[in-house]
Design a protein around this ligand. Structure first.
Ligand code: ZXY
Ligand code: CA
Length: 511
């Protein structure tokens, strides 16, 4: 009885921090701006077979159609109702996707935009993804419904009604973020309306939520609507499962609001992770990979069991936003693969892999003037994700998650799950290596000279396939082979000009 009680307390305590992934899967992928039909196919044909635990999908609710600039990606962050009806598809298509992904053990996490509705200066009318009428000027969103009483116009203390000073927590929570109409989350009606939207998604079968713009909501207000959420759908999840919650809080230090304010509600995005890792791998500010020895809490990041980690996200991959120029993206493919490889090999945090679309990046005075450009489309309709003969994607979908090096490191992380970081080695510069118990080992050479070293891997003796330069196939390796001796040691040789200057081996890719 006492044990049962203890177990249930433990369960409740860990509930919203647990991504509820299936079969020992340990990462998720953000399929940014993909259509629901394409995500359903991707779950079945690629994500499930390769051990991805889930997908973060773009906001599924109805949003303002912005025509100036023409259909930017950020229009999806301007809600006009909670109808599931967006450029990614209809509610029927969304339901079909959730079912098909859940049926192959891939969870769906929804990007929930609940701090605000659309911008105050968007014109009134029915220019929305589902044709619902709305009037931002009179604070009227009849399709929800919300009216003037449901916004923070009276509560915000700045003269402009906008957030003017990020050192003032009251403004950051109660004023408008770049003109977006700020919801009055202290009202029970608003809390209940948001909870009803999220519970609708839970009933369809989603596993949790990324909560957009959490920095701009009071943690207590968030707790109030999160406490109203139902348990996950028992068609796919154990009785009593709580939704996974990860809150987008951009905290690089130096502002009034801290990530730790939100730990009670669920996990929090660790924006320092990508900003710092980019700086290290670019070798800026005198950083070296050797300094990664105490990566994680040792770098004053939040506790590992609270952290949602990523190299780049849909916002900061555009050269602005949190982290700025140091952020690595698919545009810097060689360094990017090392960064994602490091993230997936390292035990700190719960990782999200980014999957992007290509846009016509063009810098003027250090700023990308095309940072607003929306997904590949034909007259506004999002293009299908086509798959080429070599398994890469077409139609300007980048599909980083399908790059061999990244996909194989997603598998690596599953194989080494639960093992601690062992056998750290570095050369005092930018050559490092570490193991994960007796399951896997990874070696990086980010110096300007060759790496030739005999290292303790901690692995059983045998011949292993490097999963960066190739795959294990028909009991052979398509890339480099690594021979681990009876003493667990292996000789590694990585040329600094190698296409990918790192090697990773694990026990499931042993000949
Ligand atoms: N936008 C352009 C034009 C409009 C959208 C812009 O220059 N915005 C002002 C600076 C960026 O501020 C925004 C932040 O979060 C948002 C924004 C936003 C969240 C949304 C919708 C938004 O504009 O429009 O749901 C933001 C919040 C922070 C912070 C930094 C930025 O420290 O606490 C953008 C849109 C950015 O640049 C955006 C959109 C969605 C996101 C996100 C950023 O999830 O993280
Ligand atoms: Ca707010």
């Amino acid at each position: 009885m006492r044990l049962l009680l203890l177990l249930s307390v433990f369960d409740v305590c860990w509930a919203q921090y647990d991504p509820r992934t299936k079969c020992g899967r340990t990462s998720i992928v953000h399929l940014f701006e993909w259509r629901w039909d394409d995500i359903a196919l991707e779950c079945e044909r690629y994500l499930a077979p390769n051990g991805f635990g889930g997908v973060q999908v773009s906001p599924p609710n109805e949003n303002a159609v912005i025509n100036n600039p023409l259909r930017p990606w950020w229009e999806r962050y301007q809600p006009v109702s909670y109808k599931i009806c967006s450029r990614s598809g209809s509610e029927d298509e969304f339901r079909a996707m959730v079912k098909r992904c859940n049926d192959v053990g891939v969870n769906i996490y929804v990007d929930a935009v609940v701090n605000h509705m659309c911008g105050k200066d968007v014109s009134a009318g029915t220019s929305s993804t589902c044709g619902s009428y709305y009037n931002p000027g009179s604070r009227d969103f009849p399709a929800v419904p919300y009216s003037g009483w449901d916004f923070n116009d009276g509560k915000c203390q700045t003269s402009s009604g906008e957030i003017e000073n990020y050192n003032d927590a009251n403004q950051v929570r109660d004023c408008r973020l770049s003109g977006l109409l700020d919801l009055a989350l202290e009202k029970d009606y608003v809390r209940s309306t948001i909870a009803a939207y999220l519970n609708h998604l839970i009933s369809i079968g989603v596993a949790g939520f990324r909560i957009d713009a959490s920095k701009h909501m009071w943690p207590g207000d968030m707790k109030a609507f999160l406490d109203k959420l139902n348990n996950l759908n028992t068609s796919w999840f154990p009785e009593g499962s709580r939704p996974f919650i990860y809150q987008e809080v951009i905290d690089l230090g130096g502002e009034a609001i801290h990530s730790s304010d939100y730990f009670g509600n669920g996990r929090v995005t660790e924006f320092k992770y990508g900003a710092k890792l980019g700086t290290v791998i670019r070798k800026w500010d005198g950083e070296k990979m050797a300094y990664l020895k105490n990566w994680g809490e040792g770098w004053s990041f939040m506790p590992s069991d609270k952290a949602l980690v990523f190299v780049d996200n849909h916002d900061n991959q555009r050269g602005h936003g949190a982290g700025g120029a140091s952020i690595l993206t698919f545009w810097d493919a060689r360094l990017y693969k090392m960064a994602v490889g490091f993230m997936l090999a390292h035990p700190y945090g719960f990782p999200r892999v980014m999957s992007s679309f290509k846009w016509p990046r063009y810098f003027e005075n250090g700023k990308d003037v095309n940072d607003w450009v929306g997904p590949p489309n034909d007259n506004g309709t999002i293009k299908q994700v086509t798959i080429n003969a070599d398994t890469t994607c077409g139609n300007d979908w980048v599909c980083e998650h399908r790059w061999r090096q990244i996909r194989n490191m997603v598998i690596f992380r599953n194989v080494v799950n639960g093992q601690s970081l062992t056998n750290w080695w570095d050369n005092g510069s930018n050559q490092i290596a570490f193991g994960r118990g007796n399951k896997g080992f990874i070696v990086f050479n980010n110096d300007d000279w060759a790496l030739n070293s005999n290292l303790q891997t901690g692995l059983p003796a045998g011949t292993y396939c490097d999963v960066i330069s190739g795959d294990k196939s028909d009991n052979d390796c398509t890339g480099i082979q690594v021979h681990v001796g009876n003493d667990g040691r292996a000789y590694f040789s990585i040329c600094n000009s190698a296409e990918d200057p790192f090697i990773a081996i694990h026990v499931n890719a042993k000949l």
